[in-house]
Design a protein around this ligand. Structure first.
Ligand code: PGA
Length: 226
């Protein structure tokens, strides 16, 4: 079971140190996705402590090197030996205007460098109620290649405390598996209370946890259930 922790724009050296010291990992499939300035620091911490955590990134530039002020490129992530990177998170899509083409470019650049893209897809509340979510997912999946891990994250569930029913998640996991032959991560308000029922759903390879991942005691409760 893969457990991917997305800290978004949170953390500090002290907070990361505390987290790595207290997290109890039993398997090798825990990843912590951090803001760029903390990646090397956290990697060193994990090397010197017994924490079996992979450190990953939350975003990458859609371009190779060049005049793209403020961006961080795939070669830089490769130099850091980052193995996984989120792409197309709904916050990137809605707040920073990323579209399926730029997400596709990121997926291709990462793949060329041997970094696994974690491709986030998911419908809005309106698309869920109007039953157009399969069309939305198909559209977003133009960015996909077979090296991707797919994270299904319904936008209406992220940070809201509302999760789809198991039947709704199953419907999506079956749809993705039948069409792209890939098991999904589920993301959106995953916490220590709903973790167990979510990981039991067919064709789920793991979870992507946002808010709850900032609390080491909640993370330990979840990891204990793997
Ligand atoms: P959440 O975020 O767990 O806080 O809903 C998930 C995510 O954005 O990846």
């Amino acid at each position: 079971m893969e457990v991917i922790l997305n800290w978004k724009q949170n953390g500090s050296f002290a907070i990361i140190e505390e987290f790595v010291k207290n997290v109890k990992t039993k398997n090798e499939n825990v990843s912590l996705l951090l803001p760029f300035p903390y990646i090397a620091f956290a990697q060193n911490l994990c090397l010197t402590s017994k924490a079996k955590i992979k450190i990953g990134a939350q975003n990458v530039s859609q371009f190779q090197n060049g005049a793209y002020t403020g961006e961080v490129g795939v070669e830089m992530l490769a130099e850091l030996k980052v193995k996984e990177c989120l792409v197309g998170h709904s916050e990137r899509r809605s707040l920073f205007f990323e579209d399926d083409l730029s997400v596709k470019s990121k997926v291709e650049l990462l793949t060329q460098k041997g970094i696994t893209p974690i491709l986030c897809v998911g419908e809005t509340h309106e698309e869920r109620t109007s039953k157009s979510f399969f069309e939305k997912l198909k559209k977003q999946m133009v960015s996909y290649n077979e090296k991707c891990i797919i994270a299904y994250e319904p936008v209406w569930s992220i940070g809201t405390g509302i999760t789809p029913t198991s039947a709704e998640i199953l419907e999506i996991s079956n749809f993705i598996y039948e069409n792209w032959g890939n098991k999904i991560l589920y993301g959106g308000s995953v916490n220590e209370s709903n973790f167990e029922s979510i990981i039991k759903i067919k064709n789920i390879r793991g979870v992507l946890v946002g808010g709850a991942s900032l609390f080491v005691e909640k993370v330990n409760l979840m990891l204990n259930l793997c």
